[in-house]
Write a protein that binds this ligand. Structure first.
Ligand code: F6R
Length: 367
C-alpha cells in the first residue's frame, strides 16, 4: 500500500526514522548494547576471541560493509576487510586466525553472497559466521552461526534505501558488541549508545530537505554524468549516492574519495558534470574544502551537503545544502538520506520506472 506516496521508493525513504528506531529497539541499555545476536549460545565468548573481520556483500549492502570497516577499525584493534562476494568467492584466501566472517544482505538470498559463505565454511572455516539481514527465513540466516537482524520491514522498491540505513545501524551495534567483548573504554561506549538514540530524530531532520532537493534535481535531469565525492567513512556514502543515481535515473555517476581527484578524474571536470559532495563536520572537513576549491577553480559546479556548522560559503558554482549537525559516527547514516532523495527526484523528473528500473531484479538469486 503506497498511502500518500507516489512510489515505494519514496515511501521507504520516509520510513527510515521508524525502521532505524525498530532496528535499535530493545537493543540499547542505558550505557551499553544488549546482546542482540541470535544463533549459537556462546556468541559473546566468540566475539571476545575475534582477531579479524571479513565482510562480504554485494551492491548497496557492500557499501554498508565499507562503512563498517571504517567504524570497526577506528574503534577496535581488529583489522577488517571488505569485498564484493562475486570476487571473493573465486579467489584464494590465505588462512586467517580467529576470523569473524560477516555477510550483509537485505534479501538473504543473493547467490554470490551465499556462495562466499559456503566457501568459508568448506575451506579454512572461521571462528563464527554472522549475517546482517532483513529476512529472518532466508538462506543466509539459515546457513550462518549468528544473525543480527535489521528491522526495516519489507522493501519493495528495487533500489535499496531503508535496508541500507538499517544495515549501518546493525554495523554500529556489532562494532559496540566487539568493543564490549574486547573491554573497550566504558565512557566511549556510553557516548556511542547515547548518540544512537538521537538517530531517528536526526534522520527526520534530514528528510526536511525533501522539497529543496526536489528543486535541486532539475539541475541534473539534462546531464549525462555526475561525480560524487566524500572522504573517510563518507566515501562509501558517495559510492552509494552514485549507485542510486545510476540505477534509477540512468545517469552515469562515479564516486571518488575527494583526495584522489588530482590523480585523474579532475581532467573530467567541466560545467556539464555536476559534482555532489557530502561534507559533515568531521576531522577531514578542512581537507575536503581544499578539494572543493580544486574543482571550482576548474569550472566545476558543486552541490555540497554540509553541516550547518561547517561554514561552507555559497559562491558562484558552489551550492550549499545545510544538514543538521550530527555526531561523527552517525554522519554516514544521516548523509545517505539527501542522496537517496536526489536520485529519486531526478528519476521522477526524467520519467523512469523508479520502483522497477530496467534490467534489475530485487533479489539476485543467480550468479
Ligand atoms: C541497489 C541494490 C543492490 C543490492 C544487491 C544485494 O539499490 O539494491 O545493489 O544491494 O543486489 O542485495 P542483498 O542486499 O539482498 O544481498
Amino acid at each position: 500500500d503506497l498511502g500518500e506516496y507516489r512510489h515505494f521508493m519514496l515511501k521507504e525513504i520516509f520510513e527510515q526514522p521508524q525502521s532505524v528506531a525498530a532496528t535499535l529497539e530493545g537493543r540499547l541499555a542505558a550505557d551499553h548494547v544488549l546482546p542482540c545476536l541470535h544463533g549459537v549460545s556462546d556468541a559473546l565468548e566468540r566475539l571476545a576471541q575475534v582477531d579479524e573481520v571479513q565482510i562480504i556483500a554485494c551492491g548497496t549492502s557492500y557499501h554498508a560493509g565499507l562503512v563498517g570497516r571504517y567504524w570497526i577499525e577506528a574503534n577496535t584493534d581488529i583489522p577488517c576487510q571488505v569485498e564484493v562476494a562475486s570476487e571473493y568467492r573465486y579467489r584464494r584466501q590465505p588462512p586467517r586466525k580467529n576470523l569473524l566472517f560477516v555477510t550483509i544482505s537485505q534479501s538473504g538470498e543473493t547467490a554470490d553472497t551465499l556462495a562466499a559463505l559456503e566457501k568459508i565454511k568448506e575451506n579454512h572455516g572461521s571462528l563464527a559466521t554472522l549475517t546482517i539481514c532483513n529476512v529472518a527465513e532466508s538462506s543466509l540466516i539459515r546457513e550462518s552461526d549468528l544473525a543480527l537482524m535489521t528491522v526495516a520491514g519489507p522493501e519493495i522498491g528495487v533500489a535499496s534505501t531503508k535496508a541500507f540505513t538499517t544495515q549501518l545501524v546493525a554495523l554500529q551495534l556489532l562494532m559496540v558488541l566487539l568493543m564490549q567483548a574486547k573491554g573497550a573504554d566504558a565512557g566511549k561506549i556510553a557516548k556511542i549508545v547515547d548518540d544512537l538514540r538521537k538517530l531517528p530524530a536526526l534522520i527526520e531532520q534530514a528528510l526536511d530537505l525533501n522539497a529543496t532537493i526536489e528543486k535541486l534535481a532539475e539541475h541534473f535531469i539534462e546531464k549525462h554524468h555526475a561525480l560524487f565525492l566524500g572522504r573517510g567513512e563518507l566515501y562509501p556514502i558517495a559510492m552509494e549516492g552514485a549507485l542510486k543515481l545510476k540505477e534509477i535515473s540512468y545517469i552515469h555517476a562515479e564516486a571518488y574519495p575527494a583526495g584522489e581527484l588530482k590523480h585523474g578524474p579532475l581532467a573530467l571536470v567541466d560545467s556539464e558534470m555536476p559534482i555532489v559532495t557530502v561534507a559533515p563536520n568531521t576531522a577531514l572537513l578542512e581537507k575536503l574544502k581544499s578539494n572543493l576549491e580544486e574543482v571550482r577553480s576548474r569550472g566545476g559546479v558543486l552541490y555540497v551537503f554540509a553541516d550547518r556548522e561547517a561554514h561552507i560559503q555559497e559562491a558562484d558554482n558552489l551550492h550549499v545544502l545545510e544538514m543538521p549537525h550530527v555526531p561523527e559516527l552517525l554522519a554516514p547514516i544521516v548523509y545517505t538520506l539527501p542522496l537517496q532523495l536526489l536520485s529519486y527526484h531526478v528519476a521522477v523528473q526524467k520519467g523512469t520506472d523508479v520502483d522497477k528500473p530496467r534490467n534489475l531484479a530485487k533479489s539476485v538469486t543467480v550468479e
